[in-house]
Design a binder for this molecule. Structure first.
Ligand code: FEO
Length: 170
């Protein structure tokens, strides 16, 4: 049986992951509106990954005999100054998520919940990748600045990203 405090903290994290799904979907829509279909694709895949993160928590709470409580999802921004701005927000958001995953792990350690610690380790590792992915594209965008040729080259590269859920899925 899951500890009540941990259950509540995971429910709050489910909401954050669902907001992440929504945020990246909003970014995907904005990029599509700019005719940057590769960036839109990258954000769409990112959005699907966030759904996966949320559902992995969702199934874990149920599996441990807890209750999933879904809260209202905040409205994401719908406008971004430019691609660089969107990726600055992405990296900042991922750092915020990492901070919250770390707090969840701190709580699991405090409650001496070994199953939760093992489960949360997946997210600790995942966040390293999440931040690195956003940081890489942010740095590439900073390099090309407003050079349309550079932005279009990057757009072509980001068009190749596909969503591949881990086999250990939910
Ligand atoms: Fe679910 Fe992007 O962290």
């Amino acid at each position: 049986m899951i500890n009540k405090q941990l259950q509540d903290a995971i429910n709050a994290q489910i909401n954050r992951e669902l907001y992440s799904e929504y945020l990246y979907l909003a970014m995907s829509a904005w990029f599509a509106g700019q005719n940057l279909d590769g960036f839109a694709n990258w954000m769409s895949v990112q959005s699907q990954e966030e759904r996966f993160h949320a559902m992995k928590f969702y199934h874990y709470v149920i599996e441990r005999g807890g209750a999933v409580i879904l809260e209202q999802i905040d409205k994401p921004p719908g406008y971004f100054k430019n691609p660089l701005h969107a990726f600055e927000m992405t990296l900042e958001h991922e750092q915020f998520i990492t901070d919250n995953i770390n707090k969840l792990m701190d709580l699991a350690i405090k409650k001496n919940d070994h199953a939760a610690k093992s489960f949360l380790q997946w997210y600790v590792d995942e966040q390293v990748e999440e931040e690195a992915n956003a940081d890489k594209i942010l740095k590439q965008l900073a390099m090309v600045k407003d050079n349309p040729h550079g932005v279009l080259m990057l757009d072509r590269e980001l068009a190749t990203r596909v969503f591949t859920p881990p086999v250990t899925a939910v």
